[in-house]
Design a protein around this ligand. Sequence first.
Ligand code: ADP
Ligand code: MG
Length: 660
Amino acid sequence: MAETTHQFRAETCKLLNILTHSLYTNHEIFLRELLSNASDALEKVRFLQATGGDVRDPELPLEIRIAMDKDAHVITISDTGIGMSEQKMIDNLGTIARSGSEQFLREREAEKGDVKEAELVDDSKAEDDEEAIVERDDSKPSDAAQIIGRFGIGFYSVFMVAQKVEVTSVPATGDAVAHVWTSEGTGSFTLRALEGAEAEGIRRGTSVKIFLRDDAHEYEEKWRLESIIRKHSNFLPFAIELDGSRVNTTAALWREPKFSISKEQYNDFYKFLTYDQTEPLDVIHFSVDAPVQFNCLLYIPGTTVDVFDERKDEWGPDLYVRRVLIDRHNKELLPNWFAFMKGVVDTEDLPLNISRETLQENTILRKISQTATRQILTHLERLAKSDPEKYEAIWKLHGKYLKFSFDSYQYRDRVASLLRYATSTQGDKLSSLEDYIARMKPEQKEIWYVAGSTLEAAKVNPHLGQFRRKGVEVLYLTDPVDEFALETIMQFKDHPFKSVEMAEAGALDAYPDVEDAEPKPEPLSEAQKPELDALIAAVKTILGDQVKDVRVTQRPIDAAACLVSPEGVSSSMEKLMRVMQKSDGIPQKILELNPDHSLVRALMGICSANADDALLKDMVNSLFDSTLLLDGYMNDPFAMAERSMRLLKQAAGWYSDLRK
Ligand code: ADP
Ligand code: MG
């Protein structure tokens, strides 16, 4: 039979060269490309049948078969899809950047006379308009959009593994005979019709026979093919039979209507996706049609996900385009403060052959991200109200990520209502900012917080005393990012966040005591003021350059002394800054003394008797050490222990004398 030889067009040759030698470094994806072509071809038959068209061999099941011949180093991928006529093979397999799928769609629409404009993405739609999110009506059959393939380069990826390819095809419509297209992927391809015995038994569809290159024999191994299919094509909507056994057992769950999916199916898919054997805490599943079409299935894991460790790149949902995996752990689909979520996004609105580079700053992905973020926030907000315990469990595991939303101006107000903190009045219970506001004192403006490296450290902060005594609730911030986040958000429902360390004198005077205060000494008399000045001068001399300054405090503290930073930032903020500047050691701060504290009064007495008293020196140093410790720093522990021993010895001596 006459065989015709055709030259690839010059640009096709060039592209072929680039494509097979550099674009995809990942050779195994050739299988994904061929399987998705087969799947597209099957979709077209399904579409024809669904719209009442006639197809050849209508009884054939819609499926894909893969056969291996190890002796000949050949694998064959056959489908019962739409097939290609001779001309179609010339057009589709001979020309790069021409999409047969798009052509098919145009023909169908010309026949039906109704071009579905609405199916195309409308970029003009408002991005931030919440009302514009249209959730998918699950009863509507997905049609045209499913089979649009916008670029025609995928097929050529086969030449990354093939030294020769033979495509045999019988079109599903008309009565054209089978043709064989053959090429070595260099300058030309040949075409011939099958006749007589050769053509016998050949049915509708396409089979791609791949003569593997010497360096590609791995692809004749069943286990290898199986793992590639599981990895890239497991959710294709048609059965893939490999040597007689079905490989893709999991359906594209995310495309199924919610009500039809059991909890077990959801969990199975989660395990498949993450290899995590712990049940997920929550499932978020939705489909959106506008402003952009996508299906989204996300899980909130029941175990902590540490994305800051060595697996820090393994976050972000997997991106599918029409059930075909395009990018694992895509980082454009969700903001990084949702990094703890695992799952899948599948869209009809992107071309299958989109490269990873183009995925960045892609407008469609940006729209998906915005829409998905709002949907997830709404879900979490509702959950926090309807099932606060479940929400709290999520917060405890993954809250540390949500806090980073302070970086996203657009969303941080919404995430603020999802924040949870332990507070000074609620014991072990966590509170939302709304809860806190509801419990505020009359006229209270600020949302007070205290930051510490642990809950214990926060609780003993010397600035907290008066707040406790007045019953003014204070949030405990124990995560280094907490204070940073609140300072950036600045306020919640018109209530500014403020560190207890920044409280002005008299800030709490309006509130009556709810706890008994320690008996305060009489107010300082005029005669005592020089004594206080003398003590301050003595303390300065004793501590030397360990402190920037020593002064009388104007803050509402109950403790004898506190440390403040000269820059007017809170202590935890200062620590964060020091970590960033990589400075270690103990910062030089200002020591403030509380003259209304009995210890300070006693020191004044000792000092006025003898400013050089050795014991006074030990006491001042010891007071400073303790204050430093509460601030989160440890001075020389050996000197501290020694001093403490000296003071103990003295105190014990006096006490035993006293009891004699
Ligand atoms: P795309 O799939 O993006 O259109 P490809 O290079 O993968 O680009 O394929 C080019 C074209 O070849 C397809 O659009 C389709 O018309 C045709 N084609 C490829 N494989 C098959 C197949 N198995 N059955 C029918 N047509 C196919
Ligand atoms: Mg393709």
